[in-house]
Design a binder for this molecule. Structure first.
Ligand code: SF4
Length: 224
């Protein structure tokens, strides 16, 4: 089961509600994995991503999210962190991975910017520009023992690190994806991105992503 503290505690103030909930009901949360969105290693970077990935509500503050994660971990509850990559945070993803590991999360899901309909230029980076930062952060996080996963990144841009990507649910469309041997497990770049930038960054190539575990599948179901 993946859920957020918001879903368990209602919509009134994540920090207070979650701290209170955990103080009163930590035992009842046993076996539940809590998912949080944290989009940067500091308040400014976090605030640059304009919306919650779990709902249409505004994202919680950086400090509130970190405090809630601390409370969850103090009670032994497993935590997954979701980060939407953007032009403003892609250069600090390495620091963010260190923070997520320090906070004690088990998994870190890096979500591609073009999967978020609300991200538009100048916050929407080109795929070839953002992906090296994402790979650098994910590989370093893995070395530190954090299970970093990539969601929505084209397999052909990941080279030997395609195994960090989660298998796509919707096959890629358009050229060159239509003739690519990886098409059924790669989501490509999405219609909106392609309409804006085209598909010139892509090259048809055989690649194998990782299968999506039930835990991460539930998390992907919950992404707005
Ligand atoms: S060319 Fe192949 S690997 Fe690249 S995005 Fe398209 S389907 Fe994925």
């Amino acid at each position: 089961v993946v859920t957020s503290i918001e879903q368990l505690a209602g919509r009134g103030g994540l920090v207070r509600a979650s701290a209170d909930l955990l103080r009163r009901s930590a035992g009842a949360l046993k076996g539940v994995t809590l998912a949080f969105e944290l989009h940067g290693p500091n308040p400014d970077a976090h605030a640059q991503v304009p919306r919650s990935v779990f709902s249409l509500d505004a994202p919680e503050t950086f400090d509130g999210t970190v405090t809630a994660i601390d409370h969850a971990r103090a009670h032994g509850l497993p935590v997954v962190v979701v980060s939407t990559v953007s032009r403003s945070n892609m250069r600090v993803l390495r620091e963010q991975g260190s923070l997520v590991a320090r906070l004690g999360a088990s998994d870190w899901l890096l979500r591609a910017p073009w999967t978020s309909p609300e991200l538009a230029p100048p916050q929407l980076p080109r795929a070839a520009m953002a992906t090296p930062f994402v790979l650098d952060a994910a590989v370093r996080a893995r070395r530190a023992g954090l299970h970093a996963w990539l969601h929505g990144f084209p397999l052909c841009l990941l080279g030997p690190h395609a195994g960090l990507a989660l298998e796509a649910r919707v096959p890629a469309v358009g050229a060159p994806c239509a003739d690519c041997p990886s098409r059924t497990s790669c989501g490509g770049l999405g219609a909106d991105y392609r309409a804006r930038f085209g598909g010139g960054e892509l090259r048809a190539t055989p690649s194998r992503p990782s299968q999506v575990s039930p835990l991460l599948s539930a998390l992907l179901d919950g992404l707005a």
